[in-house]
Design a protein. Structure first.
Length: 580
């Protein structure tokens, strides 16, 4: 009877955790796609938009995009498009369902490993409701976060079964789940180390130094997969240009940022204030004393948890869970230009939640009303987290709300200015957009994309001279920048002023832009078609424009489709296109 009652309580808590997560995050169904990565991952990705067609599935495994190779994530986005098209409501709800499933899985796995019902429930609830995790759930592009974490937790569950019952079945299941997780997001590379920590506690397989041999040997296939995934990720990120070189971000700056970020994440866990989609990289402004103090704090905590490990085995597990799982994204290998990111805490914070859930009951073990006080305190904390999360979700409604908020809580945020400007431009507010592009250029004068975007707005206003100047400045900063080459070619080929128009030079830029993008971008093909028409090669202009039209349709760019159709009709009558 007790076993039945215990199982019922576990199932009831699972249900309540999942339901609460769905209720608190419900408003994501009203959120739109945003103009930061969602275009590359979904809305303008013709392979993803095309759904689960055979050639798209092959592409998911053969290609890298977004600076990563994550075919399982790509397949999940394709399935969404297959089922729901480009309705953002359902893409967001699928993310939420994964988050709810992860919450229930985390509770189930912890309860299974430790036997501690309410402590496991608190950890899972904190994981579900913490506002730092809003980014992973409310951002469609972070499907890789919630999906890979599901495989992470399933791997832990299968591994626990293996340690209890032995045999090859559960071991192979754990290894397969780990491989799938790596193909959803390579951040799982630290999972084999975490499994060794779990062998120490709560699985208690490492009672002395001699016990380490067999568990370590068991992890060798996991470490082999980790090495393979790390090599693939390194090569893909280097090829895509996402990885910053040491000449751009020296190792001492990376180390300083990493050390301080470890403590900043802890601070945001305790006091989740001023959360933003992007935190500018400002390691060069850190003071030596600030970095040294942070390093000493981290070292001191690490020594302390090791000293207390014999009596409180959960302390080193929770602390090194936090430190270790952040290693791939802490910035020692710098990918992107952010100093830190809320999404990076999705798995790591669980280690700190475990410390809180196990340490506080032990700390107040002699209190007469300990259970009542801890229960009320836990409820109050979870309620506070729920309220913060509810309001944080408001900022993820669309690109306007997201980046305006980021600008209000951060300083000198060039990416927020850029994306806010793009969002304003798409809403027909060119003057406001230009203001933010100029703010981005004030902070970073050689910011090529800001020059291109500002030039685009100037082109739309007929200010060809100024636009061309910004395109050329972009190319000074990035000589092989396809968008700058393409837009400069467009301006030189379609300008009304014959003093500006230079089709021969435009052809050079347009061909280079198309080669860099493997002739796969409809707007670039549209440009080279206009160049062909400008120099009188109308048959080539027609053929190229027709290919551009086909690609634009498959990419869902309705506005571009109409524009290409109008220009194509001109080329067929032997007339070039001149910008109005």
């Amino acid at each position: 009877m007790n076993k039945v009652s215990d199982r019922f309580r576990v199932l009831l808590i699972c249900f309540l955790l999942g339901l609460t997560t769905l209720i608190i995050f419900e408003q994501v169904r009203r959120s739109d796609f945003i103009n930061y990565d969602d275009t590359a991952y979904v809305t303008e990705n013709q392979h993803v938009r095309g759904g689960l067609a055979f050639n798209n599935i092959l592409w998911a495994f053969a290609a890298a995009y977004g600076g990563n190779w994550h075919p399982i994530t790509g397949l999940s986005h394709m399935l969404d498009c297959e089922l729901f098209g480009l309705n953002p409501k359902w893409h967001h709800l699928v993310n939420l369902l994964f988050h709810a499933a992860n919450t229930m899985l985390l509770f189930w796995v912890l309860k299974d490993m430790t036997g501690a019902l309410w402590r496991s429930a608190f950890v899972a609830a904190a994981f579900a409701l913490h506002p730092l995790h809003v980014e992973s759930v409310a951002w469609v592009s972070e499907r890789k976060d919630v999906l890979s974490t599901m495989f992470w937790l399933l791997t832990m569950a299968a591994y626990t079964r293996y340690t209890r019952f032995g045999g090859a079945k559960w071991y192979m299941v754990a290894l397969l789940l780990f491989a799938l997780g790596l193909m959803a997001k390579p951040m799982l590379v630290t999972l084999p180390f975490l499994l060794l920590l779990l062998d120490y506690w709560p699985l208690n397989r490492l009672r002395n130094k001699r016990d380490i041999k067999n568990p370590a040997l068991e992890k060798l296939p996991f470490f082999v997969l980790t090495v393979i995934s790390s090599v693939i990720t390194f090569l893909v990120q280097r090829k895509s240009g996402a990885m910053a070189g040491v000449d751009i971000m020296p190792l001492k700056m990376r180390f300083a940022n990493a050390v301080v970020s470890y403590l900043r994440y802890v601070g945001k866990m305790v006091w989740p204030n001023k959360l933003a989609v992007f935190y500018p990289y400002q390691a060069d402004r850190l003071l030596f004393l600030e970095v040294a103090a942070a390093a000493l704090v981290l070292l001191g905590i690490s020594i302390l948890v090791i000293m207390l490990a014999s009596r409180h085995r959960y302390l080193p597990v929770g602390w090194f869970w936090y430190l270790g799982t952040l290693v791939p994204v802490i910035g020692l290998v710098q990918v992107g230009s952010q100093s830190m990111a809320d999404r990076y805490t999705y798995v790591p914070l669980t280690g700190l939640f475990i410390i809180v859930a196990w340490a506080l009951p032990e700390l107040f073990v002699r209190w007469r009303y300990r259970d009542v006080v801890l229960g009320v305190s836990a409820a109050a904390v979870l309620l506070a987290l729920s309220i913060c999360t509810y309001f944080q979700l408001h900022h993820w409604r669309n690109s306007i709300t997201l980046f305006s908020h980021a600008l209000s809580v951060t300083n000198e945020n060039i990416l927020a200015h850029l994306n806010f400007g793009e969002a304003l431009s798409s809403k027909g507010k060119p003057e406001e957009a230009m203001n933010h592009y100029r703010q981005a250029l004030r902070i970073k004068p050689d910011f090529a994309l800001a020059h291109v975007n500002l030039g685009d707005v100037l082109l739309s206003q007929g200010k060809f001279d100024e636009a061309i100047g910004h395109f050329r400045q972009a190319l000074q900063a990035r000589p092989d920048f396809p968008e700058a080459l393409n837009n400069l070619a467009w301006a030189l080929a379609t300008a009304k002023d014959t003093k500006i128009r230079n089709p021969a030079k435009a052809l050079e830029f347009a061909e280079k832009a198309c080669k860099l993008t493997e002739y796969n971008k409809p707007d670039f093909l549209d440009t080279i078609a206009a160049v062909y028409a400008a120099i009188g090669r109308f048959s080539e202009a027609v053929v190229t424009a027709e290919k551009a039209l086909e690609l634009a349709r498959s990419s869902g760019k309705e506005k571009l489709v109409l524009e290409i159709q109008n220009r194509l009709s001109l080329y067929k009558t032997g007339k070039p296109y001149i910008s109005p």
